[in-house]
Ligand binder design. Structure first.
Ligand SMILES: Cc1cc2nc3c(=O)[nH]c(=O)nc-3n(C[C@H](O)[C@H](O)[C@H](O)COP(=O)(O)OP(=O)(O)OC[C@H]3O[C@@H](n4cnc5c(N)ncnc54)[C@H](O)[C@@H]3O)c2cc1C
Length: 364
């Protein structure tokens, strides 16, 4: 079995490796520690703000991922995840914007996930900021991806997974990269945005939603987001402090079909201004009691990641490509972490089916 080095590939590899009869190789162009525009996972916040529509697989993956993230938070501090008090603000006027559509389920006053996350409450009208039509508070989590991705690697290594660097032109070629030297029975395709161009897949339904962020040292005291902004229909505002000294992520943008890898300085300024207006405590007041501006932010770095979106939703199915069983699992847009455990558990079932069909269950 072969997987990839993003959160989807690593989670799948870990789940497969729990069955000792599986021999798992992770072969990828990018691995945890790398920062590259083709590699989305390190750029994510990452938090758990459900956006799947009820009745979809996406929604079920989010529902099934929460208990695992909660357990990791409670009992595995080494995974780099912590609980955060969370505020979600909605302006009805953003409903038709790119960001309002993205957050449609998240923003509902009576969302499906209210019984999944702890402490869900609607904020009383008198506590709403000007222009906000409804808001909720609950307990969610923030993942320090710089700790969490290597943690996933370490869990895999403990279970005997072998990691290799490789770049494949065609998905079927991946079957020849199994560490045993034998041909892998199943290839798991978790190539994210590259599913658009890798041979044997070339999925034209995959496209990016560009996310620009600023990482700062300031402590916001709360994890907060809002449905949109007056700066543009694909510019948004969210703030989250990563666990274990990972800094605070200020976002962001949701620019569909924009492949630009470099941070735009004008967008960066707008992101910082929006975050301060949503959460003035990020910088606090000066010695004269005057609210400070963005000069009070202590910037660690600017960043850009491409969320791997797919028209019609993520692709999760098995298919024989040039005689090789391939299980596809890509297209998780801006929700790869919050879907990961649910989605990858489903992939492992498809891997078992594919292995069965290839009549060689012993070597995966
Ligand atoms: C700014 C930003 C904020 C985000 N915030 C959140 C959040 O708060 N919560 C959340 O759940 N999600 C969030 N996301 C989304 C999340 O990051 C993605 O959904 C997730 O990282 C996708 O993971 P992946 O494993 O599918 O892809 P990737 O992380 O891109 O991994 C793809 C892997 O496939 C390998 N690969 C691709 N092609 C080849 C090839 N030809 N040969 C060999 N290897 C190959 C790559 O090298 C890499 O290892 C955010 C994203 C961004 C950009």
């Amino acid at each position: 079995m072969l997987s990839r080095g993003g959160v989807i590939g690593l989670t799948t590899a870990y789940l497969l490796s729990k069955d000792k009869s599986n021999e798992v190789t992770v072969a990828a162009k990018h691995m945890p520690g790398d920062y590259d525009i083709e590699y989305c996972s390190p750029w994510a916040g990452a938090n758990y703000l459900p956006v799947g529509e009820p009745g979809t697989a996406h929604c079920e993956w989010e529902r099934n991922t929460w208990p695992v993230l909660q357990e990791l938070c409670k009992n595995h501090p080494d995974a780099g995840i912590h609980f955060q008090r969370t505020l979600v603000h909605n302006r009805s006027k953003d409903a038709e914007s790119a960001t309002g559509q993205w957050f449609k389920e998240l923003l509902k006053p009576d969302p499906w996930y209210k019984d999944v996350v702890p402490d869900f409450k609607l904020l009383p009208k008198e506590q709403l900021a000007a222009g906000v039509d409804n808001a909720s508070s609950f307990t969610s989590v923030c993942i320090n991806t710089a700790v969490y991705l290597p943690w996933l690697v370490s869990q895999c290594l403990k279970n005997g997974v072998v990691f290799n660097r490789a770049v494949f032109k065609h998905i079927a070629d991946a079957a020849n990269a199994h560490h045993s030297g034998r041909k892998a029975d199943v290839v798991v395709n978790c190539t994210g945005i590259s599913a658009r161009k890798i041979g044997g897949v070339e999925d034209s339904k995959v496209f990016p939603a560009r996310g620009q962020i600023v990482v700062v040292r300031n402590d916001p005291g709360v994890m907060a987001s809002i449905s949109g902004s007056d700066d543009g229909e694909d510019e948004v505002c969210y703030i989250m402090q990563r666990a274990a000294g990972g800094g605070t992520i200020l976002g962001g943008t949701y620019q569909r079909n924009n492949w630009e890898s470099q941070p735009d300085p004008n967008i960066a300024i707008r992101i910082m201004k929006r975050c301060l207006s949503l959460c003035p405590d990020l910088v606090g007041k000066d010695e004269n009691g005057k609210q400070r501006g963005i000069e009070g932010l202590d910037i660690i770095r600017h960043g850009v990641g491409l969320r791997p979106l797919r028209e019609g939703g993520p692709r999760q199915e098995k298919e024989k490509v040039d005689g090789v069983w391939v299980v596809h699992n890509y297209g998780h847009g801006g929700f790869g972490y919050q879907c990961s455990w649910g989605s990858c558990a489903e992939s492992t079932k498809l891997v078992a089916e594919a292995a069965q069909e290839s009549k060689n269950k012993a070597k995966l």
